[in-house]
Ligand binder design. Structure first.
Ligand code: OGA
Ligand code: MN
Length: 295
C-alpha cells in the first residue's frame, strides 16, 4: 500500500490513507509521513486500533520519545500509563472518571486553552501523536491553528516587532489564566519558567511561525501586563477561524501535529460523566529555541 494525503484545510492538515500503524513501516512510508508533516503540520489517520506498544513503535520512527514527567501534578506512583505516554484522558489510575473537584482534573482543564505541547520545557516538543481509545458522544473536539499562516498574515510592523522577542513559558502561567494558582514548592520548582523565541524557523522548509502558547506569561525585558496584553493580541490574531481546523474525533483516530508550527486546544465535553481516553506520545524537539537565564 502506498501512503496518500488529502489536504483538508486551505492552509494545512492532511488526511492520510493507505497505511496500517500496527505494522512496521517501510522507509518510504516514514518519509512520506515526515514530508507530509513538514507540509501539512497536522496529519489525521482513521481506523487505527492500536495498542500502547504499537503507538510507541510507530512514534519511534520519527525521533526520540519525550518522557511525560514534569508535565502534570500526578505523582509518578499514581500514573495510569507508562512515562513514555502522556495521559490526556479524564481517568484516574484505575480508570475511574475524575471527580469534579479533583485537582488533577482542574489542572488538566488548561488543555482547553490554546497551546503548543512542552513549550514549558527548555527543549520543546516536535510532534505529538494522539490516539483516541474512547471518545465522548458530544464535544471534545480538538482544534488546531496554523502558526505559519498566522505569521505570514502579520503586517510588516508587527513582523519586525516580534522578530527577536523571547517569551517566558510555564505551566503555572496557563493554569493561572484559569485561576489555578496554588502550587507546592516542589511544583513551583518543576514548573520554573523557560525561555522560547517568539518566532521560529522550520529546520526543513525554512518557513517562519509564531511560537505562542497559553504557557507564555511574559516577554523578556517587557513589563508583565504589556507582555500579556501583547501575547493575547497575537493569540487572537493567530487563532482566527481562517487559521483553524476543527477535528471531530472518531474512535481509533490518530492525529499527529507539529508543535513547532501549530497550536491546539481541546473543546469542552461532559467530562465528569463521559469517558474520553486519549493517549499521547511525544517527540523531543531539536534543541532549545533561546538561551536560558544563567543560573
Ligand atoms: C494534547 C492535548 C488535546 C485533546 O494531547 O496535547 O492538548 O484533544 N490534548 O485531548
Ligand atoms: Mn496539548
Amino acid at each position: 500500500m502506498t501512503v496518500s494525503i488529502r489536504q483538508l484545510h486551505p492552509h494545512f492538515v492532511g488526511e492520510v490513507e493507505g497505511i496500517d500503524l500496527r505494522q512496521p513501516l517501510a522507509t518510504a512510508d516514514v518519509d512520506a509521513i515526515d514530508e507530509g508533516m513538514d507540509r501539512y503540520a497536522v496529519l489525521i489517520f482513521h481506523d487505527q486500533n492500536i495498542t500502547d506498544e504499537q503507538q510507541l513503535a510507530f512514534t519511534r520512527n520519527f525521533g526520540e520519545i519525550e518522557h511525560a514527567v514534569g508535565n502534570s501534578i500526578t505523582a509518578s506512583q499514581g500514573r495510569r500509563l507508562g512515562t513514555e505516554m502522556a495521559d490526556l484522558s479524564n481517568l484516574a489510575q484505575r480508570d475511574q472518571i475524575f471527580q469534579r473537584d479533583d485537582r488533577r482534573r482542574l489542572f488538566d482543564l488548561a488543555n482547553r486553552l490554546w497551546h503548543s505541547d512542552s513549550s514549558f520545557r527548555v527543549v520543546p516538543a516536535k510532534y505529538s501523536l494522539l490516539s483516541a481509545r474512547a471518545v465522548p458522544a458530544h464535544g471534545g473536539n480538538t482544534e488546531f491553528a496554523d502558526m505559519r499562516a498566522a505569521y505570514d498574515a502579520l503586517d510588516d510592523r508587527t513582523r519586525a516587532e516580534v522578530a527577536d522577542l523571547v517569551c517566558e513559558h510555564s505551566l503555572m502561567y496557563s493554569r493561572g489564566l484559569l485561576g489555578f494558582t496554588e502550587f507546592t514548592e516542589e511544583e513551583r520548582k518543576t514548573f520554573t519558567p523557560v525561555r522560547q523565541r517568539l518566532v521560529r524557523t522550520h529546520p526543513v522548509t525554512g518557513r517562519k511561525s509564531l511560537f505562542l502558547a497559553s504557557h507564555a506569561g511574559g516577554i523578556v525585558d517587557w513589563p508583565m501586563s504589556e507582555a500579556r496584553s501583547y501575547l493575547r493580541d497575537l493569540s487572537e490574531h493567530a487563532t482566527q477561524p481562517e487559521f483553524v481546523h476543527v477535528h471531530q474525533w472518531r474512535l481509533h483516530d490518530l492525529v499527529i501535529w507539529d508543535n513547532r508550527q501549530t497550536m491546539h486546544r481541546v473543546r469542552r465535553f461532559d467530562d465528569v460523566n463521559e469517558v474520553r481516553d486519549m493517549r499521547r506520545t511525544t517527540l523531543i524537539g531539536d534543541g532549545p529555541t533561546a538561551e536560558q537565564t544563567p543560573g
